[in-house]
Design a protein. Structure first.
Length: 120
């Protein structure tokens, strides 16, 4: 199958990097999947939460994210400056709900169940 036959368009973000992404069975190669304890494997989820929080905060230096892993479940605790709490939570908690949804999607990509706690 050529690139023209596959529908590939230059710059398409939905394409994989190369043929080495798959194992012998044709499944996506998930190196280190057996060693998932949440800590280092929650790197994408942590980075997503860190990026969103620093983008929202007026004081990005006060943003910190800590992780606690239990098996396939990871709890991410978000600390922000007191004046940024309203911005991170949003009206009726809509921004916080959206943040939790995005981090959950990133966690699902890592094969983890994630939850976000916004700490006072």
């Amino acid at each position: 199958m050529t690139d023209a036959d596959s529908g590939y368009v230059d710059g398409d973000i939905n394409q994989l990097d190369g043929p080495d992404d798959f194992d012998d069975d044709g499944n996506l190669d998930d190196e280190g999947a057996d060693a998932r304890d949440g800590g280092a494997e929650a790197a994408i989820s942590t980075a997503v939460l860190q990026h969103i929080a620093t983008s929202l905060a007026e004081d990005p230096g006060a943003v910190s994210v800590t992780t606690e892993a239990r098996g396939q479940r990871v709890t991410l605790s978000l600390n922000v400056a007191q004046q940024d709490m309203g911005r991170v939570i949003g009206r009726r908690g809509r921004t916080a709900q959206a943040i939790r949804a995005l981090v959950a999607a990133a966690g699902a990509r890592e094969g983890l169940t994630t939850s976000v706690d916004i700490v006072d």
